[in-house]
Ligand binder design. Structure first.
Ligand SMILES: NC(=O)c1ccc[n+]([C@@H]2O[C@H](COP(=O)([O-])OP(=O)(O)OC[C@H]3O[C@@H](n4cnc5c(N)ncnc54)[C@H](OP(=O)(O)O)[C@@H]3O)[C@@H](O)[C@H]2O)c1
Length: 292
C-alpha cells in the first residue's frame, strides 16, 4: 500500500511546484488540498483529513503571505500562520505523521552581517514574521517530530511574485526604481519543492533518517532586489531602465530586513539536498514564462 502525503496550500507557488514534481515519487499517494478542501484554521476539518488519510507526511505550504496586509489584518494572519500550525502539529503527533512546515527568513531581524544559521535567535521585524515565528514554536511544541524549512524571496511561474511583477512592469514602463540596500537570496519554488521531495524520498528509502529541527533553503548567491531586477531585465530581454534606490525612498507598511541571507549548508549536510545557484533557476523560470 502506498504511503500518503497530505499537502496544504496546494495551489500556492510551492504547492503548485510540488504537484508538478510529485509523479516522480511513485511510492507515495499525494493529496493536494486548498483552502476550500482543507482550511487549516478549521480544527474539525484538519482532524477529519488526518482520520481519513492517515498521512505519513504532512507538508504545510498554506500561509498568509501578504506581508504588508498582515500589519492590519492581524487576526487572520495569526490564525493561518500560527494557530493553524499548532492544530496541524497536534494531529501529526496523534497520527505519527512527519511534519514538514515552511517558514521564512522574516523571523530574523535583518540586521546581520553574516548568513543566519538555523539556530540563530529570532527577532521578527514585522507582524508577518511574528506570526511565522509563533507558527514555528507551535509546530515544535505540539509535534517535536517536525522539520521546519525557512525560505526566502520565493518566485515561480505561478501566482504573484517579484519576477512576474517586474516582467509586467518592465513591459509597461520605461523606468523602474528598485531598492538596492536590501540583500538576500532568491528561491525558485521548483527548487524548494525538489528539496522537500528529496528529503521525503531519502527518509522513505532509509537513505537518511528523519532529523527534526530547523533548516534553511534558498538558492545560493547573495544579491539585492536591484540586482535581481537587473537580471530579470537581462534574461527577459526588456529595455526598461532599472534604477537603484534606498529603502528610505520606498516606504512600506511592514518593515523589511536589510540583510536576509541564510546559511543553507545544514539541509545539504543532513539530507544531501543539492544547493542550486540563483541565476540558472531564474533563467529557467523566465524561459518557461515566456514560452507560454
Ligand atoms: N512567497 C515568498 O516570498 C516567501 C518567502 C519566505 C517564506 N515563504 C513561505 O513559503 C511557504 C509557501 O509560500 P508560497 O509563496 O507558496 O505562498 P502562496 O503562493 O501565497 O500560497 C499560500 C497558499 O496558502 C493558501 N491558504 C491561505 N490560507 C489558507 C487556509 N486557511 N487553509 C488552506 N490554505 C490556505 C493560499 O490560498 P488562497 O490563495 O486561497 O489564500 C495559497 O494558495 C509559506 O509558508 C510562506 O510563508 C514564502
Amino acid at each position: 500500500m502506498k504511503h500518503t502525503i497530505l499537502v496544504s496550500g496546494g495551489y500556492g507557488q510551492l504547492g503548485f511546484e510540488l504537484e508538478r514534481l510529485a509523479p516522480a515519487l511513485s511510492a507515495f499517494e499525494f493529496i493536494f488540498t486548498d483552502r476550500d478542501t482543507l482550511d487549516i484554521t478549521d480544527p474539525g476539518a484538519v482532524a477529519k483529513a488526518f482520520e481519513q488519510h492517515k498521512p505519513a507526511f504532512f507538508i504545510n505550504c498554506a500561509a498568509y503571505t501578504a506581508v504588508d496586509k498582515a500589519e492590519t489584518d492581524r487576526e487572520l494572519a495569526l490564525a493561518i500562520n500560527a494557530t493553524a500550525v499548532g492544530i496541524i502539529a497536534t494531529s501529526c503527533q496523534k497520527h505519527n505523521t512527519k511534519l514538514i512546515h515552511i517558514s521564512t527568513d522574516y523571523v530574523f531581524n535583518g540586521k546581520g552581517t553574516s548568513p543566519y544559521q538555523p539556530d540563530d535567535a529570532a527577532e521578527p521585524l514585522n507582524y508577518y514574521g511574528e506570526t511565522k515565528y509563533q507558527g514555528e514554536q507551535l509546530a515544535m511544541k505540539h509535534n517535536p517530530d517536525t522539520v521546519i524549512i525557512r525560505t526566502a524571496w520565493v518566485y515561480s511561474e505561478h501566482g504573484n511574485n517579484f519576477v512576474k511583477t517586474m516582467l509586467r512592469l518592465m513591459g509597461e514602463r520605461q523606468e523602474l526604481n528598485v531598492v538596492n540596500d536590501q540583500v538576500g537570496s532568491p528561491t525558485y519554488a521548483k527548487d524548494l519543492a525538489a528539496a522537500i521531495l528529496h528529503i521525503v524520498n531519502a527518509v522513505h528509502t532509509g537513505e537518511k533518517t528523519f532529523q527534526p529541527g530547523y533548516y534553511h533553503y534558498s538558492n545560493t548567491g547573495v544579491i539585492s532586489w536591484f540586482d535581481f531586477a537587473t537580471a530579470i531585465k537581462e534574461i527577459g530581454q526588456k529595455s526598461c531602465e532599472v534604477k537603484g534606490i534606498p529603502s528610505s525612498a520606498y516606504p512600506t507598511p511592514a518593515a523589511r530586513p536589510g540583510y536576509s541571507v541564510m546559511d543553507t549548508h545544514k539541509i545539504q549536510q543532513v539530507y544531501g539536498v543539492a544547493l542550486v545557484p540563483w541565476r540558472p533557476s531564474l533563467e529557467t523560470c523566465i524561459h518557461r514564462l515566456q514560452s507560454n
